[in-house]
Design a protein around this ligand. Sequence first.
Ligand SMILES: Cc1ncc(COP(=O)(O)O)c(C=O)c1O
Length: 411
Amino acid sequence: MSSRSLYLKAVSCNLCEMASGVPEIHFYENELNIRRAIEQFDLQNLDPALNICDLSSLERKLRLWQKLLPRIKPHYAVKCNDDPVVVKFLADLGTGFDCASKNELKLVLGLGVSPERIIFAHPCRPVSHLKYAKEQMVVNGTVDNEYEVYKLHKHYPNSNLIVRFKSAAKEALCPLRDKYGCDAETDAAALLLLAKALDLKVTGTSFHVGSGCSEVEAYDRAIEKAENIFKCGELIGHDMDLMDIGGGFPGTDDALFENIADAVNTSLQLRFPDERVQIIAEPGRFFVETAYTLICKIHAKREVRNKAGKLDTLMYFINAGIFGAFADYFYYPEEVNPELYLEDAETLPKFKSVIWGPSCDSLDKISGEFLLPNLNVGDLLGFRNMGAYKMPIASPFNGFEVPETRFFRKK
Ligand SMILES: Cc1ncc(COP(=O)(O)O)c(C=O)c1O
């Protein structure tokens, strides 16, 4: 069964049943060797494409987080990769969770995670989702405008309101500045006052600097705004004790993560020295991006020649594209680097090459200009760091199936 159908099964809320259908986890020693996995599982005959997920990489990421950000409890952002195996693995390691919808709540709660480990971090929630959170006693949730405050007053007055404000990084792969978050200077105080007038509890504040943030200073700027909102909330009479610094942490660049962690720790020491304030974060990409390698197969090929008949470009068509496992390339095309599994790839002559996804849409092109040897139909291409914001968005457009996932773990 594909991990996607497992997910659908999970959210149709028969999670006990799902537990017995969990895919097999393959164990490896020392390091996960993709070439060996290809031979072991006969991936040469692969169709559709296949994700190889190294669960141990999630554990390594958690240890790195705990070492560099010991005060901050990570609440994994389920939207980033909602494969039940991944979510369960993190649940067993003891992380908290950021859920954005009723189905994400169902998935996480169904794995036995207690509601206190969850933040319902969506500031504009449908009433049916709020009612579900109330039934399940998931009390912490974000809010960023007065309509939502009234909605909570009507449907979930005993919940804890976390005021989300805007504070965008100057550089991020996926900026989040337009859609959510109130203005920290002009709107936050009004929301705090309104909540007080309606006898609602505001217990904290949150922000998201943008996914894939590469501006280290962005966090301090946001934490400074959070400090002001805390002071304002306390003056109004709210018992503020939760600060949620959102996501945005890099998935692949550990040196950048270390710099961000230093900046965050310094800022927290200065602005939130009181250890009674609980600090949480909502990392998504940080945990899962490096855990996945996507293995694709070339199923068709074309030679493009110039008028003189000389070879100009080689075109390859593979079994995953931007409507499938490369889904987020549509939003922020990053160049990818295909890995080859040929013995003599380094020494073979290279040609200008284009890689297309399988659908009929001409947008369905994998970004980048590639110099590759003359490959054959049936050859495999590997793409590393494919764990974040791919599979939850992937669709079977044109009838091309989304990849399955095989799970590996260090012995
Ligand atoms: C509210 C919220 N929290 C957390 C995340 C996860 O962000 P990242 O993957 O950058 O850590 C997102 C991503 O869009 C988000 O919208």
